[in-house]
Design a protein around this ligand. Structure first.
Ligand SMILES: [Fe+2]
Length: 359
């Protein structure tokens, strides 16, 4: 419903139907702006809090797609999981018992943490570490997979298996020489055959250690399968791949492509998400890609971003169906001079603009 509101009575989510101008007639916020908490603070600072504004109250469905807040996974929990995973990966091939109970406990905390913030997109930047290794990768894949599972409404016991499967998905790589895993150039045909066995070896290692949950083993076995049959090791089609296998595959692909590896440089999040959306017609399952995209925040609210214009700004919100096109409050020009009146770019409207880098 549209109405005139005194500016101090507006709340996040309201959409301006006329531009907000200062006393000299300069436009502070464009018509169509969806107000965020940050805008309301700025309205206070600009001293225009008692004027009447034509605005529209958002509908429920519109609100459910607006993200104005993002959540960071607790650092102590991240460390606890990567420490336990390190022990599991190092001891998997030895006679030593694995701390799988401890891993299960950590996974349950992770599931609880993500499920209890189900209406808040996850801040992935906090998961990025300068120390890119298998354990950090496994943790990121687990967080992405659980968030997707929560978005799909999976039951807690299924989310637990998804968490364990995602944490352990690459355990079969412990059987492969690091020289092959980290090889910078093209793999030979023989090396490729070896690499393509790691999902199967992972299942065998876990079975030898008495880990027999079928859903966990399927997630490990199928994390490189693709819906069009182009994956490995079995070349399964979409109907043949388990739900947890499909989710783990999307999460693994996203994290691998957005990370630096010996054989490729990290790609920006927006490019990888756009690739995933394009591939969801063939390579990946569409419903899962959609849930995946809705659950993550590649550009968390409050983060500083560099635009392709060279300007700097702050992410103030986005539509969760298109997280690569946030609303950015531009605060500095390309020479890093602070703007007297920050202005908003809605990248869903300015389609020729994009985020180059997030700090
Ligand atoms: Fe893998």
């Amino acid at each position: 419903m549209s109405w005139f509101y005194e500016s101090h009575k507006l709340a996040p989510g309201y959409r301006l139907l006329r531009p907000l101008q200062d006393r000299e007639g300069r436009i502070l916020l464009q018509a169509g702006t969806i107000l965020t908490q940050r805008h309301l603070e700025l309205i206070q600072q600009w001293g225009v809090q008692n004027i009447l504004l034509l605005a529209e109250k958002p509908s429920k469905s519109e609100m459910s797609n607006q993200v104005t807040r993002t959540h960071v996974i607790d650092a102590a929990l991240q460390n606890m999981i990567t420490d336990t995973l390190t022990e599991v990966f190092i001891n998997i091939a030895s006679e030593k018992a694995l701390p799988l109970d401890r891993l299960q406990y950590s996974a349950s905390l992770l599931v609880r943490e993500i499920a209890s913030h189900r209406n808040v997109a996850l801040d992935l930047s906090a998961l990025r570490s300068s120390d890119e290794n298998t354990y950090n990768h496994s943790l990121s894949v687990a967080v992405l997979a659980i968030a997707t599972g929560v978005e799909l409404g999976l039951a807690d016991e299924v989310l637990m298996d998804l968490a364990m499967g995602a944490l352990l998905h690459d355990i079969g790589k412990t059987k492969i020489a690091p020289a092959i895993i980290n090889k910078p150039g093209q793999l030979t045909a023989e090396e490729r055959v070896i690499i393509e066995q790691h999902p199967l070896w992972g299942v065998q290692l876990l079975q030898e250690k008495g880990h027999s949950s079928p859903r966990v083993l399927q997630a490990v076995y199928e994390h490189h399968e693709r819906s069009d049959g182009s994956g490995y090791p079995q070349g399964l089609s979409d109907e043949q791949i388990s739900l947890l296998g499909k989710i783990t595959a999307v999460a693994d692909y996203y994290d691998a492509m957005t990370s630096d590896r010996s054989y490729h440089a990290a790609q920006p999040a927006y490019l990888v998400i756009e690739q995933l959306i394009a591939y969801s017609l063939t390579t990946f399952n569409q419903a899962i890609v959609r849930a995946f995209v809705r659950s993550l925040a590649p550009y968390p609210v409050g983060s500083r971003v560099l635009l392709d214009t060279g300007e700097w700004g702050e992410v103030i919100g986005y539509d969760r169906r298109m997280p690569t096109r946030p609303r950015v409050l531009v605060t500095h020009d390309a020479a890093y001079n602070q703007l007297p009146h920050p202005r908003e770019y809605d990248l869903l409207v300015h389609l020729n603009r994009f985020v180059v880098r997030v700090m």
